[in-house]
Design a protein around this ligand. Structure first.
Ligand code: GLN
Length: 483
């Protein structure tokens, strides 16, 4: 039998249902790929082939995701499995319950499998902030895979997973998808339950899929979306099939080009690829309209105030009493807290807790946090205004290609600035997807470029239709070109 590891979910299902191969064959294909390549890529923090095989033997392939193994970012709770969030403070912690997305995946027949590396508590853009290992970009292993869901993106790119789940607070699904040449979807805020997702910034976090195609992302969204009584921010909406607009062209679709997203200083090779993709959308029937998102320049400042403020509150629970790491022989309670957190958290997490505590402290709250919330409203309004004229926006996902490991670790500000095209979507609560739009050669290696589509809040069906139309026309099998 040929290697199954490069198949899409829809191809896997065709094979399962025709009897050409079984879910156990699919798990074994992933296993052999992980064994041969993960020592170089380091995408997985943990994996358990035995239980995945046991689940595969019992899988019901008539279910929507029947028998499909799906890798999980180490920030989502899976009953009985470790959930470290890439942090030492949660070393050895095992989840006592399934996140809602995991129960929903299981109900759809999927097999949640493995724990994927990430920046500690999802803070970062390169996966270099993991306390455990540095995941490498499969296209060039001297480079970062993006972050914070770097393991989830690299695993799909390196054919160590058919699809994975990640989380996106400021771009952590879309940016690594772009840098690894796979598809990554951030659903609208409220579309997917956050119950069982370890919180980073609760007003921004969303769980979403990585896959080889937009179609596969739609299939996973079908499984994981929906109101959850355990997450009061998940929305009660009529049931929706997110695949209904796949397989169409772009006639009658208005695509907005946000002029602030095509700035000087962005890599000209990325600009060229994205502009070519925009022309391709036009040739598929899309009408192009220039739009303006005038408050874009404030998005990074606003995000790094709101996200750190929320993180400082959310991470207060890691006190060495209830979870994970506990300092030895503390002199008193304060010493216990202080040393547990000093030993357990890495430097980026500490930086964010300090920043977040500062912007919330009395005397600074009005000047920073409150003002940031007001500007957040203006950013959201920019999108509302743009979406009065267009159906979706088209733009780059990241201003940079995958950079070299170590290149930016000592320059957090530079790392933050590269989030410019992704974070506003989280502040506004809208949906977004990154699809591959070409390769650029650097140092003798091919590096992927991501194209981003941003959609109205809760307009995933249309967004997925648009991304699929582009993807089908571009027909880039860039994944299969990884050496
Ligand atoms: N790079 C951003 C940050 O460091 C986004 C992270 C995310 O989406 N989890 O906060």
């Amino acid at each position: 039998m040929s290697d199954l590891s490069s198949l899409t979910i829809s191809e896997l299902q065709t094979g399962f249902r025709s009897g050409a191969f079984t879910p156990a064959d699919a798990v074994r294909a992933i296993e052999s790929r992980i064994e041969s390549i993960d020592p170089q890529i380091q995408a997985y923090l943990a994996r358990d082939f035995d239980s995945a095989l046991a689940a595969a033997e019992k899988a019901d392939v008539s279910l929507p995701l029947g028998g499909v193994p799906i890798g999980i970012k180490d920030v989502i709770n899976v009953w009985g499995e470790q959930c470290t969030c890439g942090s030492k403070i949660l070393a050895g912690y095992k989840a006592p319950y399934d996140a809602t997305v995991i129960s929903k995946l299981r109900a759809a027949g999927a097999i949640p499998f493995g724990r994927l590396n990430m920046d500690e508590f999802a803070m970062g853009s390169s996966t270099e902030n993991s306390a455990y290992q540095i995941t490498r970009n499969p296209w060039d292993t001297t480079r970062i895979p993006g972050g914070s869901s770097g393991g989830s993106a690299a695993a799909v790119a390196a054919r160590e997973a058919f699809a994975t789940l990640g989380s996106d607070t400021g771009g952590s699904i879309r940016q690594p998808a772009a840098l690894c040449g796979v598809v990554g979807l951030k659903p609208s805020y409220g579309r997917v339950s956050r119950y069982g997702l370890v919180a980073f910034a609760s007003s921004l976090d969303q769980i979403g899929p990585f896959a080889r195609s937009t179609r596969d992302c739609a299939a996973i969204l079908n499984a994981i979306a929906g109101k959850d009584p355990r997450d009061s921010t998940s929305l009660e909406l009529p049931e929706e099939d997110f695949t209904t607009r796949l397989g169409r062209d772009l006639k009658g679709v208005k695509l907005g080009i946000p002029k602030e997203y095509f700035v000087d200083g962005m890599d000209s090779r990325i600009r060229k690829k994205v502009e070519a993709a925009i022309r391709q959308c036009e040739s598929l029937g899309a009408e192009l309209v220039e739009v303006s998102l005038p408050h874009t320049e404030y998005a990074i400042g606003v995000y790094y105030i709101i996200a750190t403020a929320e993180a400082s509150a959310n991470l207060a629970r890691f006190d060495g009493v209830r979870y994970g790491h506990r300092a030895k022989n503390p002199a008193d309670l304060l010493d216990h807290y202080r040393r547990t957190r000093e030993e357990g958290f890495g430097s980026e997490v500490k930086r964010r807790i300090i920043l977040g505590t500062y912007v919330l402290s009395s005397g600074y709250y009005d000047a920073y946090y409150l003002r940031a919330q007001k500007v957040r409203t203006l950013i959201r309004r920019d999108f509302t205004n743009a979406f009065e004229k267009v159906d979706a926006l088209i733009c780059p996902t990241s201003p940079d290609l995958a950079f070299k490991i170590g290149e930016r670790v000592n320059d957090p500000l530079r790392m933050y600035l590269a989030d410019i095209f992704t974070i506003a979507a989280n502040l506004a609560g809208i949906c977004g997807i990154s699809v591959p739009c070409g390769l650029v050669e650097e140092d003798g290696k091919q590096l992927p470029v991501g194209l981003q589509f941003l959609g109205k809040p809760l307009d995933e069906t249309r967004l997925l239709g648009i991304a699929d139309a582009y993807e089908q026309a571009a027909s880039q099998e860039i994944l299969s070109r990884i050496p």
